[in-house]
Write a protein that binds this ligand. Structure first.
Ligand code: ZN
Length: 105
């Protein structure tokens, strides 16, 4: 006699595949999309620290404070002036001139 149970035994495998393709894959895609949208919609910046930050230091430079206006300038790009045996750094020639004028007093 024809084994009816034998043909039924192969059914669960295609049904399981259909279950994966029609239900699990869309669910995974939906979850991925939802996570992407959440990250897109949330205003929280990731890894970027906002707030007071020191100015960027060019390579080979060191930050020094401009004694006239208080701006931090890089020794690589700043206006320099030797005063009282030490080098003073300025953000601009104007600050340097003001400093020199104040030193002459
Ligand atoms: Zn300055």
């Amino acid at each position: 006699m024809a084994p009816r149970g034998g043909s039924l035994r192969f059914r669960p495998i295609p049904m399981f595949r259909t279950f994966i393709v029609e239900f699990v894959l869309p669910l995974i895609l939906f979850l991925l999309l939802r996570n992407m949208l959440r990250g897109f919609l949330s205003p929280r910046p990731r890894g970027v620290a906002r707030g007071p930050q020191p100015p960027p230091v060019p390579p080979g430079g060191e930050l020094k404070k401009d004694p006239v206006c208080g701006t931090y300038v890089s020794t690589a790009t700043a206006q320099q002036e030797r005063a009282n045996g030490e080098t003073v750094y300025f953000c601009s020639p104007e600050c340097r001139d003001r400093y020199k004028a104040s030193q002459r007093g």
